[in-house]
Each structure stands twice: as C-alpha cells, then as structure tokens.
Write a protein that binds this ligand. Structure first.
Ligand code: HSE
Length: 462
C-alpha cells in the first residue's frame, strides 16, 4: 500500500462538491492528523466538470469507479436508494470501505448492507447520514458505549427547523422559506421528504438502532410532518409557555404494568416543548439531539444539520477513521506474512476488532424488542377545539376527558373569532394514544363542536 489514501467520490452535488472543497481547504490538517496524504483519485459523475483538478479521473461508469484498483475508500453521495445501493454493494464486494451520507438507503436497506459489509470485512461509515455535522453517530456508538439509553429526542431535519423558525420569528409563508432552504442546499431532492417528516424518520431509525441495539426498522416509525402546523397553533402554544418543534423520539417503555405496551416508541412529529428547554431554542438549520442515558443522564449535541460544509465535515471524519483502519490492516497483513488461512481468519477478526460494529452492538446481540404501534404510544397533547359559545360546552369537553382518565394540565379559552364560535385550547398530561383517540371521537360528536379537533403532541422532555 502506498502512503496515500485514495478516495473516490460518487456524486458531485452539494455534498460531493463540499467534500472536494474541504479536502482542498484542509489538506495540511488532514495529513497532520492521519500521517497520510489523502487524495481524490476518481469521481463518479454523469456530467463532466471542467472545474475539477485535471489529475482526478472523471468517470461516468460509477460501478467501475466503485471497484477501481485506484481507490481505497468509496464516498457515496449520490442519494436515492437504487443506483446508490448497487454501487455500495459493488464497492463492498470489491473490498472497499464505504462512507455514505445516504440516510434513506441505510434506513431502508441498512440491515442487508451492513451484513454484506461484515461478510466482506469492510466498513460502511455513515456519520453524515444523521444530523449533518454533529458527530452524533460517533457519540452514540463510542462515547456513550457504557450507558443504557432510556430515550432520545432530536431536531433532525434542518430544513424543517429552518421553516418552523422563519415562520414563527418572521411570519414568512411556508412555500417561500422552503424555496430558500432549497437554494441553500439544505432540502432533499424531493422536499416532501423534509416537510412530511420522512427524512427525519430515516435518521430516527438509524439513531434508535444504535441507541437500543435493535435492527433498523424504518417501516415502523410513526411519521407526521410540519405541513399541518398553522401560525395560530404556534401562537397559542407560545401563549401557554411552549414552542412547537418538529422532533424525532426513540423511547424505551416498560408498559407501566401493561406488558402489551412495553417496547420501543419510534415517532417523528411536531411537538410542543417548554419554551425554556434547550431544544426549544435550537433554531434555523441547526439540529440537536438530546440523549437520556443511564448513568450519565441528559446530554445535548447541537450543530448545523444540513449544508455542504457540515455534511462534508461528517463525511471526512469517517474517512479519517477509515484511514486508521486501513493503516492497521496494513500492519496486520504484514504481521501475518505468509501464514495459513486460519491465521488469516484471525487477522480478519483482529481487523474487525479495530472498529465499532455498524449498529454499535455486535450483530448477534441485536434485540427483537417490539416497536410499539401508534395507539400504544404515550404522550401529552395540545388540543384545539372549536365550539359554539354556549353554557356547558367546556364542562362537556372536560367531562369526556376525565371519563377517559385524561388529566388536564392547562386550559385556555379564547374570545370568539367567528360569530359565536370560540377556540378552546387544552393541554393534557401524558396519555396512551388509544385513550385519546376515543375521547376525541366523543368530543367531535358533541352538537356544540363546530370542527375537527386539532391535536399536537406535547413533551416536557423531563
Ligand atoms: N434535507 C436534510 C435536512 C439534509 O434538511 O436536514 C441533511 O440530512
């Protein structure tokens, strides 16, 4: 092996270009930290670019680049789940380590990809897939390795947070802010992934797996986006001391005496959180992940969650880790010399030992803890009920809630905004969703109720 580490970058969009810029800007820093020259030897791109160093081969055949002898590490930043999967599997098969920012691909096919990588004794690193530049994957996989995670809650979509912040602070229209997020390179190719919560659900699936040691289960994440949030609810929430943020939650539940409700909640949705909570003050494109683990307690990780520089930083952090793995493999290979295949197996085992397992727990130890269905999940609620302004309306609503065992935490009745019609805002303590569904069904059947009940989940983050 030469002293240089040879990289291929597949995809030259916002992130790929960001990686090239980072390497150019910080070349000396990278060499001083790794002891190696880190060079880009090939880029996989369909469109030839004349702004790229002419020493770098530009190849429109991405599969060829993924298997090239001229490459040690393949960086996949194409996005999507078809071609990206093919090139990653091909790179793995050809003994390449892979770095990817592709949360959609890993959330949907990560179990298969990681198993294939284990089989071929290579690593698929994915720091850039979750929360942009925040090193949350490294923290969860390594720094918190001695802890038992109880729950985590995070702002894990920069575009969504940017939109919510601009709407609240400046009253800007949704579509306008989304266009700006696209121009700034924050939004997904299909921005419905951002605003419908799908991107956050991909990231949550990854975080939950490394938090609890469970296989990736994106299809079981409950997912709600921000498109239904109105300024009216943002303002009522503020009046009651709360802020609406789009959050992902992964929570371990013991079922509180009901074994049917024991398991893990995976959910992404707008959430009222106390205005003075640190997460409530994470604004713009910033992401933040709050982790509650035993015995450490709560820790918060915050930083830019999208954009070229933040994502390139995470990609290159993985590259730097892999440089060390490559270095150690080199040493192992030298020390094993021409010994027999059983020794070679030991070498592979040793090499494996230099790196944390893909999902933080050793694959044989992943658990089959059930993922709870939405009706089994427990959260507080913000309810906005529209009713005719007549005697007894409030009493009817609160009676239904109390009959369902739902504890009211606060109540606010606003003056009539349409002729004879009043909005009533109710905050509740945590309740199992199936109970809340039944209560809302009853409230909506009251003659005095004029519209569907609006509900947004609420969490004190305590
Ligand atoms: N569209 C994503 C976001 C990019 O806004 O967070 C980073 O994953």
């Amino acid at each position: 092996m030469s002293n240089s580490i040879k990289l291929a970058i597949l995809g030259l969009g916002t992130v790929g270009t960001g990686v090239i810029n980072l390497i150019n800007d910080n070349l000396n820093e990278l060499k001083r930290r790794s002891g190696r020259d880190i060079i880009i030897t090939e880029v996989g791109t369909r469109r030839q670019r004349d702004d790229i160093d002419p020493n770098i081969i530009q190849n429109s055949d991405l599969m060829a680049t993924a298997a090239s002898d001229n490459v040690d590490i393949v960086i996949e930043v194409i996005g999507g789940t078809t071609l990206a999967k093919d090139v990653i599997m091909h790179a793995i098969k050809n003994g390449k380590h892979v770095v990817t920012a592709n949360k959609a691909l890993l959330a949907e096919h990560g179990n298969e990809i990681f198993a294939f990588a284990e089989q071929h004794q290579v690593h698929v690193a994915y720091e850039a897939a979750v929360a942009g530049g925040i090193p949350i994957i490294k923290v969860m996989r390594e720094a918190l390795a001695a802890n038992k995670v109880e729950w985590l809650a995070g702002i894990i979509n920069g575009t969504g947070n940017f939109i919510m912040t601009e709407m609240r602070d400046k009253g800007r229209p949704f579509a306008d802010v989304l266009s700006e997020a696209q121009e700034l390179g924050y939004a997904e190719a299909d921005p419905t992934f951002d605003v419908e919560g799908i991107d956050a659900a991909h990231k949550l699936a990854l975080l939950a797996s490394i938090a609890f040691g469970i296989p990736l289960q994106f299809d079981k994440v409950y997912c709600e986006g921000i498109t239904g949030i109105t300024l009216q609810d943002v303002n009522y929430a503020e009046e009651l001391g709360y802020r609406i943020k789009h959050l992902g939650f992964a929570v371990r539940r013991d079922g509180q005496g009901n074994a049917d409700n024991a398991g893990i909640e995976l959910r992404v949705h707008p959430t009222l959180i106390p205005q003075d909570a640190l997460l409530a003050n994470v604004n713009g494109v910033k992401n933040a992940v709050l982790v509650n683990s035993h015995p450490l307690g709560q820790t918060l990780y915050c930083g830019d969650g999208a954009g070229a520089g933040a994502t390139a930083s995470a990609v290159m952090a993985d590259v730097m880790d892999l440089v060390r793995v490559l270095g150690s493999k080199d040493n192992d290979d030298q020390s094993s010399g021409d010994q027999n295949s059983s020794d070679q197996n030991n070498t592979n085992q040793n090499n494996k030992g230099h790196h944390v397992p893909h999902l933080a727990f050793i694959p044989e130890q992943l658990s089959d803890t059930p993922i709870l269905r939405a009706e089994q999940m427990t959260t507080g609620y913000y309810l906005r009920v529209h009713a005719y302004d007549s005697p007894g309306v409030l009493a009817d609503i609160t009676r239904i809630l109390s009959d369902a065992g739902i504890n009211i935490d606060a109540i606010l009745q606003k003056p009539a905004h349409k002729a004879g019609e009043v909005p009533v805002i109710i905050l509740t303590l945590p309740v199992v969703e199936s109970q809340m569904n039944l209560a809302i069904e009853k409230i909506e059947k009251l003659d005095t109720i004029t519209d569907k009940v609006v509900r947004i989940r609420l969490d004190e983050l305590a």
